[in-house]
Design a protein around this ligand. Structure first.
Ligand code: SF4
Ligand code: SF4
Length: 178
């Protein structure tokens, strides 16, 4: 079992990277830039902190049977970083509170116990974003392979980075689109 205290936070590791893949951040039939603008708008909307139940959705999904939680957003204080807007909201409806406490708070993806901190930081520094970083840390085998080949983000050639990104998007489509 991993120890949270000693670990780099996989969801927010620094270097401009962040993840909310398990919340459905990538489950939109839209380009990454369009998804990002939805996240920015949600974070700006201070009058509605919670946008719906996590099992609701706000846009056309890429995969109908997967989650697209309407509470993923970017807060004004942390531009570029995706987060759960429910965390900062104390006035939660019962149904949302129950899902949040029963499911969200207890979920840890494989990146928590299958990756080392060094591998997570390699991915964070290499991608420095929410879109590709999320996909990379959830493709454990590929990340381990690239880390063992290059060791440092600075050693990854530009064309190799483009190939990695392309492969990650393809995997997203192939594996979740079954
Ligand atoms: S997929 Fe893993 S790293 Fe990403 S938000 Fe969920 S728990 Fe955090
Ligand atoms: S409520 Fe927050 S943690 Fe739960 S699925 Fe939505 S964004 Fe993720």
């Amino acid at each position: 079992m991993f120890s949270l205290e000693k670990m780099i936070n996989r969801c927010r590791p620094g270097h401009g990277a962040s993840c909310a893949l398990c919340c459905g951040s990538h489950n939109y039939a839209a380009a990454p830039e369009e998804i990002e603008s939805i996240f920015i708008d949600r974070g700006l909307d201070r009058t509605i902190s919670i946008h719906g139940h996590p099992e609701d959705c706000s846009g056309k999904k890429l995969f109908d049977d997967a989650i697209q939680c309407p509470n993923v957003g970017m807060s004004r204080e942390d531009p570029g970083i995706i987060c759960c807007l429910v965390y900062d909201c104390t006035a939660r409806e019962n149904a949302i509170s129950s899902f949040f406490n029963g499911t969200c708070k207890n979920f840890f993806c494989a990146a928590w116990d299958s990756l080392t901190d060094e591998e997570v930081l390699f991915a964070a520094e290499l991608m420095s974003d929410w879109y590709y970083y999320s996909l990379f840390i959830n493709d454990i085998e590929s990340l381990k392979e690239e880390f063992s080949t290059y060791g440092s983000p600075q050693h990854v050639p530009v064309n190799r980075l483009a190939e990695i990104k392309e492969k990650l998007v393809q995997r997203l489509i192939d594996e979740d689109g079954k």
